[in-house]
Write a new protein. Structure first.
Length: 382
């Protein structure tokens, strides 16, 4: 079946088109036309609205009361069914520091659910832990911290049916080089996070193959003019990507501006680090084994430390624009194409291109989400 999406503006990765028609065929993007085509069987009229790529969240723990570490098919299904309401059509199911056995079970469950075709697409797994250090533990439980282990990664990747796309570590461990070598062999991107490493330790890990920084500025040694730390590494080392949580709680707009000035919009990606309270009201929740209070848009432990977020990716996009840090086009790319490229899934999601699955969002000019489509079918409608 061939159908058309009529809208005022279309945000492709490298250009903005419209008004016109985005043509879909059998659930995939076909082409763009400035005129209505006769062979189109159905026209979805979104005149006055803008169309962008489905958003890609490569760092998200939970949503709508469920968490990946619940390690049940029902929990993972709840997350993936809820995400289209946030503009997300693809994501990496993200684990939290736990025992080797618990993480193994979570990986197996995600792999099981990923085979089903409904809701936001599980494009892989992000292992956020347990290869961290206590100095910048954040809401990660140090009781389960271990040194980076190629053997453990092998075990988890087997249980995950090769779905692990990204794994984080603190690079000050002596085992870092061996782990990165094994990760590269498994096509797993290595990210640096929850670390007290020096600039030189971070640079060495990047030289060995690490290519990402986890929620830049948070959970890492800070920038000092005589020891640039991991923040300095994230801001200066080329051929890497920097995650950022643009919720106004984790990082100030000025710090994000400094990061973008140091790098650029093509190497900085928006993530949510959302926990189970995402999509729900303020109140008391849990993250791993820790109680968390969600109040006024922030999730915190009893000691005041941030514990993930309740940020929705569509709102991170709007925040960057409202803070006058980027254009709409740039913010959308940071939450889609750049995110997908950072973990090598940009061949299947993150942009509107011919032959790709027709995953896209419909927005007002004020960036309010109106609808989310997956494979050309509506998955969320306001």
């Amino acid at each position: 079946m061939r159908q058309a999406i009529k809208a005022d503006r279309f945000f492709l990765e490298n250009e903005i088109l419209g008004p016109g028609y985005l043509i879909l065929e059998d659930g995939k993007f076909l082409t763009y036309s400035s005129e209505e085509l006769e062979e189109v069987e159905d026209v979805l009229d979104y005149s006055g609205y803008w169309v962008g790529p489905g958003l890609v969240d490569t760092h998200i723990h939970g949503f709508n009361g469920s968490d990946v570490m619940d390690a049940t098919p029902e929990a993972v299904e709840t997350i993936r069914q809820g995400l289209p309401a946030t503009g997300v059509t693809s994501f990496l199911a993200t684990t939290l520091t736990a025992s080797v056995e618990e993480t193994d079970r979570a990986c197996a469950v995600v792999a099981e659910v990923a085979e089903e075709d409904q809701g936001a697409k599980i494009q892989g797994i992000f292992l956020e832990g347990p290869f961290f250090v206590e100095a910048h533990k954040g809401a990660q439980n140090p009781d389960y911290f271990i040194a980076p282990s190629p053997d453990v990664l092998d075990q988890w990747q087997k249980s995950a049916k090769d779905l692990i796309r990204k794994a984080a570590l603190a690079p000050e461990y002596p085992e870092t080089a061996a782990f990165i070598e094994r990760a590269k062999a498994l096509d797993v991107k290595v990210a640096i996070g929850h670390t007290d490493a020096s600039y030189d330790q971070a640079r060495r890990a990047v030289d060995q193959g690490a290519s990402l920084f986890v929620h830049t500025f948070n959970g890492m040694s800070g920038l000092h003019h005589r020891e640039p730390g991991v923040v300095g590494a994230a801001m200066t080392l080329q051929n890497t990507y920097a995650e950022v949580i643009a919720d106004g709680h984790h990082v100030t707009p000025a710090a994000i501006k400094a990061l973008l000035n140091a790098r650029n919009v093509n190497n900085t990606l928006l993530v949510t680090d959302c926990m189970r309270a995402g999509g729900l009201e303020d109140g008391n929740y849990t993250l791993g084994e820790y109680p968390v209070e969600v109040k006024e848009g922030a999730a915190r432990l009893s000691n005041g430390s941030l514990a993930g977020s309740v940020l929705q990716l569509k709102d991170a996009v709007r925040n960057l624009v409202d803070w006058e840090l980027t254009t709409v086009h740039e913010a959308l790319n940071m939450a889609s194409a750049v995110a997908a490229r950072s973990v090598d899934i940009d061949d299947r999601c993150g942009s509107i291109k011919a032959g790709r699955d027709a995953d896209f969002i419909v927005m007002t000019p004020q960036l309010e989400l109106q609808a989310t489509y997956i494979n050309g079918q509506v998955a969320y409608q306001k």
